[in-house]
Design a protein around this ligand. Structure first.
Ligand code: FDP
Length: 326
């Protein structure tokens, strides 16, 4: 029989190799438990009528909680129970969530259920997270960290059973769930250099609302690459990590209804864009915003800040960054 290396073993080896404590292992264990719990809920949700919108009543006559609220509560429960988290930032909570402000070591920024348009179909959604570490030696240095200060970032694609984790200066690794619901078989991801498999991923329906220069760039590329779009960042970025190319959610600046413009972008910086940018950098890629600024360099001013995003193979990101900077 063949047994694959487990995620726990992988992290344990990583911590030992770098002479680190086990605190990070405890935190990762909580995130894995949360993801499995959400995955279970999601898989059985359609059957139980739990994938509806808040305000609906399920077939048992109970009030349906929105799946993203459930995912949020599950994650908060597991994070709090570690005693290792100072503050958490969740897409589902307006305010910063205080946890163990004395003993906690980590800041965790997360979106427990990203890709909401897929939920009512039971199609793939994401659970994305970034982790920064408290300043243990000096005065507290706040929870608004730029992506370059993250120690790790990862995403679960639910309910496909895949998990990708990037560790600072140690690569981006993909795991798969096995028969025992353990994540196993670490595989190091590097964006392919050969452009044969590269893809472009963006919402085509928005195309004519992008800036002219972005539209021109797309027009120049469209015969060269396949287009793929699932509508859930984690799923779309998962493909880019494997196949190469670029995912983008550009600023909306030419909408026929100007009130629908989003010059600041749509995606959230701390728990979406910086998370995939971090994973992408560890896999040899890059990410920039609408001004061509590296996503990982952006210092957030508030925890729900939005940004435009171009993330993927370095060659394409460099190309678009040059255009955006001019
Ligand atoms: P959603 O709004 O459906 O939750 O986080 C936002 C996000 O999903 C991303 O996962 C996804 O890439 C994008 O927005 C989809 O937006 P559009 O429906 O505008 O394409």
């Amino acid at each position: 029989m063949r047994f694959e290396e487990s995620f726990t073993n992988f992290i344990l080896r990583h911590q030992e190799r770098h002479n680190r404590t086990y605190h990070f292992l405890v935190l990762m264990d909580a995130l894995i438990s949360a993801a499995k719990h959400i995955q279970h809920y999601y898989l059985t949700g359609a059957l139980k009528g739990n994938l509806g919108l808040a305000g609906e009543v399920n077939i048992q006559g109970e009030d349906v909680m929105r799946m993203d609220q459930i995912a949020h509560e599950i994650t908060i429960h597991y994070l709090r129970s570690t005693g290792r988290v100072i503050h958490a930032v969740s897409e589902e909570a307006e305010e910063i969530i205080e946890m163990d402000t004395k003993g906690g070591r980590y800041f965790v920024y997360f979106d427990p259920l990203d890709g909401s348009s897929n939920v009512s179909h039971g199609l793939p959604v994401g659970f994305l997270f970034g982790i920064a570490k408290r300043n243990l030696d000096g005065p507290e240095d706040g929870h608004l960290r730029a992506g370059k200060d993250y120690r790790a970032a990862g995403m679960f694609v639910i309910p496909t059973g895949t998990f990708t984790l990037a560790l600072l200066d140690s690569g981006t690794w993909r795991f798969h769930i096995d028969e025992t619901m353990s994540f196993v078989k670490p595989f190091r991801m590097m964006l392919p250099e050969n452009s044969k498999t590269w893809e472009l991923s963006f919402n085509e329906a928005n195309r004519c609302t992008f800036s002219e220069r972005v539209q021109d760039w797309i027009a120049e590329k469209e015969r060269k690459y396949a287009f793929r779009y699932l509508g859930a960042l984690a799923g779309d970025f998962h493909r880019i990590l494997s196949n190469g190319g670029m995912f983008m959610y550009p600023a909306i600046v030419n909408h026929p209804k100007p009130e629908k413009n989003r010059p600041q972008g749509k995606l959230r910086l701390m728990y979406e864009a910086a998370v995939v940018a971090f994973m992408c950098r560890e896999a040899g890629g890059d990410a920039v915003d609408e001004t061509g600024t590296p996503i990982l360099e952006i210092q957030p001013e508030n925890h729900h800040q939005r940004t435009a995003l171009y993330v993927g193979s370095k060659l394409l990101v460099d190309e678009i960054a040059k255009i955006l900077r001019n």
